[in-house]
Design a protein around this ligand. Structure first.
Ligand SMILES: NC(=O)c1ccc[n+]([C@@H]2O[C@H](COP(=O)([O-])OP(=O)(O)OC[C@H]3O[C@@H](n4cnc5c(N)ncnc54)[C@H](OP(=O)(O)O)[C@@H]3O)[C@@H](O)[C@H]2O)c1
Length: 238
């Protein structure tokens, strides 16, 4: 895909890097503007109060598929239902809201995660396929939340609950929405942590051998609290 990224900061620059690594051709546009005529998709990643100014300096935008990643931390034009609707009013093509609920500081840790983090997005039908592909190519799994009427909810979600969670101690975080079953352990791994204790001797008690199939652990010299069942110690000689 040919992508024009408007805004060369953490989000724009970070996603441009990841998309290039995935094989896309990316043009990075800053305050001087540029030409997006050959773009298949345009990413808007500037402070919310700069949307109109930034897009106003880019040629060839009309009718393009746009992904809006902005959040309302730098003001917003309240005449629009959401920041994505403002983007839509300027570009005119199908628009999606995506990447606004994912922390850019963590882009370089996506590949290290055990499962793909989720990426909530709202989209008009004409932008869905491209947005889903670019979410995947950035390393996330897309989670569709509905049409562009949900864009404001995603903006509020980030500015509200997610910011509160981050401030309350978790810091920047990944999240994962999963259908029941998706988070199941791989076959062969028990869902219950079975006690893994070796027999040990104690005056008057002996601990029954474990039922676990795992290889026996080395003998312990101190008793653990993982005693599962007790029986009288056999008398010597019997
Ligand atoms: N950081 C995050 O984790 C995160 C996550 C999701 C969404 N967002 C949202 O994504 C947007 C970008 O955030 P960011 O973290 O990437 O911010 P950032 O690192 O500060 O980058 C913003 C970029 O926008 C450029 N810019 C500002 N005004 C412009 C204009 N009039 N024309 C063209 N470019 C302009 C800036 O250029 P200069 O360098 O020349 O100032 C800068 O390169 C914001 O709306 C933010 O709320 C951020």
């Amino acid at each position: 895909m040919k992508i024009t990224v408007i805004g060369r900061g953490k989000v724009g620059g970070g996603l441009a890097d990841r998309w290039e690594q995935a094989g896309h051709t990316v043009t990075r546009v800053g305050r001087d503007g540029g030409d997006s005529s050959d773009a298949d998709v345009v990413l808007v990643a500037v402070p919310s109060g700069q949307i109109a100014a930034a897009l106003g300096k880019v040629y060839g935008l009309a009718g393009k598929v746009a992904i809006d990643a902005t959040n309302p931390f730098a003001g917003r034009d309240e005449t629009f239902e959401s920041l994505s609707h403002e983007v839509k009013s300027i570009i005119g093509g199908p628009v999606a809201k995506a990447f606004n609920t994912n922390f850019a500081d963590l882009y370089d840790q996506i590949n290290e995660q055990r499962v793909r983090p989720s990426n909530l997005y709202a989209s008009e039908d004409g932008a869905r396929a491209a947005t889903e592909q670019l979410i995947r190519d950035a390393g996330y799994d897309p989670v569709y939340v509905g049409g562009l009427d949900q864009a404001g909810a995603l903006e509020d979600h980030l500015a509200g609950l997610e910011a509160t969670i981050a401030r309350s101690g978790l810091g920047r975080f990944f999240y994962r929405y999963a259908k029941p079953g998706e988070l199941k352990r791989p076959k062969g791994r028990s869902s219950r942590a079975r006690p893994r204790v070796a027999p040990y001797r104690h005056p008057g008690l002996s601990v029954l051998r474990m039922v676990d199939q795992a290889p026996p652990a080395p003998p312990r010299t101190t008793p653990s609290l993982s005693i599962v069942k007790v029986a009288p110690a056999p008398r010597s000689g019997s």
